[in-house]
Design a protein around this ligand. Structure first.
Ligand code: FES
Length: 135
């Protein structure tokens, strides 16, 4: 099944509204990543939270190549902090900053980003761009 990326973002924006709690900040290594699974309406949503000290990013844990998780557990995350994260199925490499695939079978495609904010109690979903909700 070919799932359009805009559909995925629109669905995520509806399942993970702004303010949704993702994880505590201390669950994410200061220069590393953390796999988080959230149950929303009976559906499991797998996310990867990346942190480089105070800068936190989040992507849907779904490789655009075949739709597999990039990693199932934290210890399976292949990453170079601040530079890239690698899918551990066929080793596509994605840029840390924006999730664009720079090497591998889905070069030019990208991970689906989830906006985040760091609140007092941890990492929460931030405001989705308007086009994500309208997609
Ligand atoms: S599923 Fe990720 S590179 Fe193939």
């Amino acid at each position: 099944m070919n799932v359009h990326r805009g559909d995925i973002r629109a669905s995520l924006a509806s399942e993970l509204p702004a303010g949704t709690f993702i994880c505590r900040l201390d669950e994410v290594p200061p220069t590393g990543g953390h796999v988080v699974r959230l149950l929303r309406g009976g559906i499991e949503i797998s996310l990867i939270v990346l942190r480089q000290h105070e800068t936190v990013r989040c992507f849907l844990n779904r490789c655009p190549h075949l739709g597999s998780e990039l990693a199932r557990l934290d210890r399976h995350l292949y990453l170079e902090p601040g530079v890239s994260i690698e899918c551990n199925v066929h080793y596509a490499v994605f840029r840390w900053a924006d999730g664009v695939c720079v090497r591998g079978d889905c070069q030019g495609e990208s991970l689906t980003g989830v906006p985040v904010t760091v609140a007092a109690d941890g990492v929460r979903v931030g405001e989705w761009p308007r086009d994500a909700k309208d997609a």
